[in-house]
Design a protein around this ligand. Structure first.
Ligand code: BG6
Length: 506
């Protein structure tokens, strides 16, 4: 259960202080608003991090009024945060407008609601629109925002937050971008990837660049390979419709997994600001060599069959509610990428992500090469010791390094030992703050550092498009090909075994 977070030190906020503003949530009755957006606003409110003059307006087709919306959201917050203490103070910031986001005529009511809260609270023309709706609605909403005049600010700013996936391939992403750019400028568009708001994801950067000891070995001379795992034990729940159109590559690889890869591989940015960081992540994608697609080569796709997760029997993907019985949608992907630059030449990056894996684990593991010389000798048959540095991003946030040590005793026996930094213990934080909370704050501050720029999205599609196209044009030979609760298809094991390596345990 997510607990309220403690911010012991305010730390360094990169952006300007939050100005008074209004947030408009499109899709205000949907899962994202209930499960993430409103609970994040509530957490920010409790920590005193929201601007004093702040209002959130929910907009959706539900025939609710503001009182009903507050009740619904209070329930959602209780479920998500475990309590709704201080709800009343927060609830007064929430209101609701019932309307159809695709109907231009319904924007007048929204405009009136914005004006009302602005004049009641004395908020200047600072408004951001969060599109928590299915992606096919993005263009119509943006067009309506433009036509209704809501995208224009005479005395303040307007910003647009767009959820992923941004497009469904390179072409549609470019088209979507063109349509957004008819109304909003690049500096007003916040393409959100909630992984970048996770504390431990940002910690990868701090760890690499705030400690002198890592950067010198962070290259092909010392690193054998990198494994990035985003495993989930959950299935697709009630999202069959979304998932059938999306699949694992569009849902996870094109955004979350490639972002983790970029943060592990980027060159030190000159500054921690939007331009510097995003220039470097774009360069990483530029240098990625698309994986070969011949038969038997990478990438590997999978779909879960029935199995056992957490001691309970679960259905296979094809038996999930709303999934057609012959679906060929992949729920697992594994691939080997290489980054063709000075630092990473010939170092494989192995990526894997899947639903219904044995457990939830998001991890970036750096596998070092053995020392050049085995001074301590090596018992016959035992492989040379290799140190591993793993960023465990969730659920047990921390950084773990396996290093070699002498085992106590008369012989000089070398054994691996584990050095552990646990986020929760070190900072006394039971649960890290929600990624969305930080990202919403960034939007209010006008800080785009942790949001994807259009060129990054374009390059990411360029990498995954051929994979998706190939998979969509050639039905899989055997689906389902892994049982729920197992670590993925045999071909994924084979992918590493061919090169004398193996995946870290899940
Ligand atoms: C979302 C995907 O972006 O991320 C989901 O659409 C996935 O399919 C989720 O379950 C994982 O997020 P987290 O924060 O739980 O790791």
């Amino acid at each position: 259960m997510a607990m309220a977070f403690e911010v012991r030190e305010p730390g360094l906020r990169r952006g300007r202080p939050c100005e008074p503003c209004v947030m408009v949530i499109f899709g205000a009755a949907g899962d994202l608003a209930r499960g993430d957006l409103v609970p994040s606003l509530y957490e920010l409110h409790r920590k005193g991090l929201l601007p004093e003059r702040f209002a959130a307006i929910g907009f959706s087709r539900s025939r609710w009024d503001s009182a009903r919306y507050r009740d619904e959201m209070c329930r959602a917050v209780r479920e998500s945060c475990g309590s709704s203490r201080e709800w009343d103070g927060f609830a007064s910031r929430l209101s609701f407008v019932s309307g159809d986001a695709s109907a231009p005529g319904d924007y007048a009511a929204l405009a009136r609601a914005i004006e009302t809260v602005r004049s009641e609270l004395g908020i200047p023309g600072n408004v951001f629109f969060h599109l928590a709706v299915p992606p096919n609605l993005f263009p119509a909403i943006v067009e309506n925002l433009g036509a209704s005049g809501l995208a224009r600010a005479d005395d303040g700013w307007r910003r647009l937050v767009v959820e992923k996936p941004f497009g469904r391939d390179r072409e549609s992403a470019r088209d979507l971008d063109r349509r957004l750019r008819e109304v909003f400028g690049e500096d007003q568009i916040y393409r959100i990837d909630h992984f970048l708001g996770k504390e431990t994801v940002q910690n990868m950067l701090v760890f690499r660049f705030a400690n002198p000891s890592f950067e010198p070995v962070w290259n092909r001379n010392f690193i054998d390979h990198v494994q990035i795992t985003v495993a989930e034990d959950i299935g697709i729940g009630t999202r069959a419709n979304f998932y059938e159109q999306t699949g694992i590559v569009r849902d996870m690889v094109q955004n979350h997994v490639l972002h983790l890869l970029c943060l592990a591989a980027l060159e030190p940015p000159v500054r921690f600001d939007a331009d510097s960081l995003r220039n470097e992540t774009a360069k990483v994608l530029d240098a990625i060599v698309p994986p070969p697609l011949e038969d038997g080569a990478t990438p590997v796709r999978g779909q879960y069959g029935e199995g056992v997760v957490d001691g309970g029997k679960v259905a296979g993907y094809r038996a999930e509610d709303g999934v057609p019985p012959g679906s060929t949608t992949p729920t697992y992907a594994a691939m080997r990428l290489t980054i063709d630059n000075w630092r990473w030449a010939d170092v494989p990056f192995y990526l894997r992500t899947g639903k219904r894996m044995p457990r939830k684990l998001t991890e970036v593991a750096i596998q070092f090469k053995p020392t050049p010389h085995a001074m301590f000798g090596q018992p016959q048959g035992r492989p040379r010791y290799r140190s591993v540095l793993a960023f465990e991003l969730q659920p047990d946030e921390g950084i773990v390094q396996d290093v070699a040590a002498k085992q106590p005793g008369p012989d000089l026996e070398v054994q691996p030992v584990r050095m552990v930094f646990r986020y929760a213990e070190a900072f006394g934080v039971e649960e890290p703050p929600r990624a969305y909370a930080w990202l919403l704050l960034d939007v209010m501050q006008g800080d785009q550092t942790l949001f994807a720029r259009a060129d990054w999205i374009d390059k990411a599609w360029q990498i995954v498009d051929p994979i998706v196209q190939r998979w969509e044009s050639e039905p899989p030979a055997r689906f389902p090909n892994y049982a729920a609760g197992t670590a993925g298809p045999a071909e994924a094991t084979e992918l590493l075994a061919r090169e004398g390596r193996r995946w870290r345990e899940l």
